[in-house]
Write a protein that binds this ligand. Structure first.
Ligand SMILES: NC(=O)c1ccc[n+]([C@@H]2O[C@H](COP(=O)([O-])OP(=O)(O)OC[C@H]3O[C@@H](n4cnc5c(N)ncnc54)[C@H](OP(=O)(O)O)[C@@H]3O)[C@@H](O)[C@H]2O)c1
Length: 340
C-alpha cells in the first residue's frame, strides 16, 4: 500500500527534439504521490500508451492545450487502478482509462476517465484495439470508407492497432484486405494471423509494381496511416469512385515541416473522395466497438498484437523506436503489474 507523499517517478520532456527523438530528449524526475481532494481520485498507472502523433506536439512554437514545452510531464493515455478515491463514481480497486501520462501516479477529477471491465477483454486493449486507435480503424473504415463485399481495401501500417483493426473489419464485411507494412516479418503476420489477402513491404524496390498487381481492379478504399510516398503510390492505383480515409501521417511526424502534397490529379481521375478522421469525433461508436470487436476477440476471430516495454524508465527508448517505425504492434509500456 502506498502512502500519500511516497515517491512518484515521472518522465519529462527535457528539450525539443531536432528530428526523430532520441532518449536524451527526455529527463527523469521524482515528486510526491498526490493526495485526492473532494471529487478526485488518485490512481497508479499500469499501462502507458505511446502514440506517434505526440511527436507533433513537441514542435517549437506549439501552444496549449496540445503543445509541449521543456519541463512538461509527457502526456499519454493510460490504464490505471484507483488507489484512493473521494469521487462518488470511482472506488479503490477500479480499473480505469485515464490520462496519467508518463508517471506512476496521478490525480483525476473523473473527467475523461472511464471504468474498464476486465471481463470484456484484457484491460490493455482499452489503449489499442478497443480504444481510440481501434475506434479510428473500425468507424473510419465502416462509416467513412463504406467497403462493399468484394471490394479491395488497402491499409498502411497494417499491423498496428489502427491498421490491424481496418484489415480485420474489412475481412469481416467480405472485402479483400491488402496490407502495407514495413518488413517481411510484419507482412507475414498480416497474412498468416490477421487474414489479409496480401501484404506488401513499402521498403521493397518493386513496391509500386507489387501494389498494382495485388490490386488488379484498383483500390476501392484506401486507409492511410502514414502519408508520404506510400500515400502517393496508393492514390495512383485508385479505382473509380474510391474512398480515401486519411487517419495519420506516421512518416511525417518527425519532420520540421509537412511534406509536399500527394498527386491530386490521381484523385480527380478516379473521381475519388478524400475523408479525414479524428477518433474523438466517433466516441458515440465506442460502445459498438467494444461490443462488436470485444465479442470477436473473445471468440478468437479477431487478433491483435502488443509491443510492451517494461518499466517507466523504458518509455523514452520505446517512444523513439515507435517514431522510427520499429514497433511491432500497439506500443505500450508496462509501468506496474495489473494485480498487486
Ligand atoms: N486520426 C486519429 O484520430 C488517430 C487515432 C489514433 C491513431 N492515429 C494514427 O494512425 C496511425 C497508426 O497508429 P497506431 O497507433 O496504430 O500506430 P502503429 O501502426 O503501431 O505505429 C506506427 C507505424 O507507422 C509506420 N510508419 C511508416 N512510415 C514510418 C516512418 N517514416 N516513421 C515511423 N513509422 C512509420 C510503421 O509501420 P510499418 O513498419 O508497418 O510501416 C509504424 O509501426 C498513426 O499515424 C497515428 O498517428 C490517428
Amino acid at each position: 500500500m502506498y502512502q500519500a507523499g511516497d515517491r512518484n517517478d515521472r518522465i519529462l520532456l527535457a528539450r525539443v527534439p531536432g528530428g526523430v527523438p532520441v532518449p536524451e530528449d527526455f529527463a527523469y524526475d521524482v515528486t510526491a504521490i498526490p493526495t485526492p481532494g473532494p471529487g478526485q481520485f488518485v490512481s497508479r498507472t499500469i499501462y502507458l500508451s505511446l502514440e506517434p502523433h505526440y511527436r507533433m506536439f513537441m514542435r517549437p512554437g506549439q501552444t496549449a492545450p496540445h503543445g509541449l514545452c521543456a519541463g512538461d510531464v509527457m502526456p499519454g493515455e493510460t490504464v490505471a487502478q484507483v488507489m484512493q478515491s473521494r469521487h462518488s463514481d470511482y472506488r479503490r480497486g477500479d480499473f480505469v482509462l485515464t490520462r496519467n501520462g508518463w508517471q506512476q501516479f496521478a490525480l483525476s477529477s473523473g473527467q475523461d476517465a472511464r471504468k474498464l471491465d476486465p471481463a470484456i477483454a484484457p484491460i490493455s486493449t482499452a489503449l489499442g484495439v478497443l480504444g481510440l486507435p481501434g475506434l479510428c480503424g473500425y468507424a473510419g473504415l465502416l462509416y467513412l470508407g463504406q467497403p462493399k463485399p468484394g471490394e479491395t481495401v488497402v491499409v498502411s501500417a497494417a499491423t498496428g492497432a489502427v491498421g490491424s483493426t481496418v484489415g480485420q473489419v474489412a475481412r469481416m464485411v467480405s472485402a479483400r484486405a491488402v496490407g502495407i507494412a514495413g518488413s517481411d516479418e510484419k507482412c507475414g503476420y498480416a497474412v498468416n494471423d490477421l487474414g489479409y489477402t496480401a501484404c506488401l513491404s513499402h521498403r521493397s524496390p518493386q513496391f509500386l509494381a507489387e501494389l498494382r498487381s495485388a490490386c488488379p481492379e484498383g483500390i476501392d478504399v484506401y486507409f492511410d496511416n502514414t502519408g508520404g510516398e506510400v500515400l502517393s503510390s496508393a492514390l495512383e492505383q485508385l479505382a473509380i469512385h474510391a474512398r480515401v480515409v486519411l487517419c495519420g501521417m506516421a512518416a511525417a511526424y518527425s519532420r520540421q515541416s509537412m511534406p509536399p502534397g500527394p498527386p491530386l490529379l490521381a484523385v480527380i481521375r478516379a473521381r475519388a473522395t478524400l475523408l479525414g478522421i479524428l477518433a474523438e469525433d466517433y466516441l458515440p461508436y465506442l460502445p459498438e466497438l467494444i461490443k462488436v470487436v470485444g465479442g470477436w476477440i473473445r471468440s478468437g476471430r479477431f487478433r491483435y498484437r502488443e509491443d510492451i516495454s517494461e518499466g517507466l524508465a523504458s518509455a523514452p527508448t520505446a517512444f523513439c523506436r515507435l517514431l522510427r517505425g520499429e514497433n511491432f504492434g500497439k506500443a505500450l509500456v508496462r509501468i506496474a503489474p495489473e494485480h498487486l
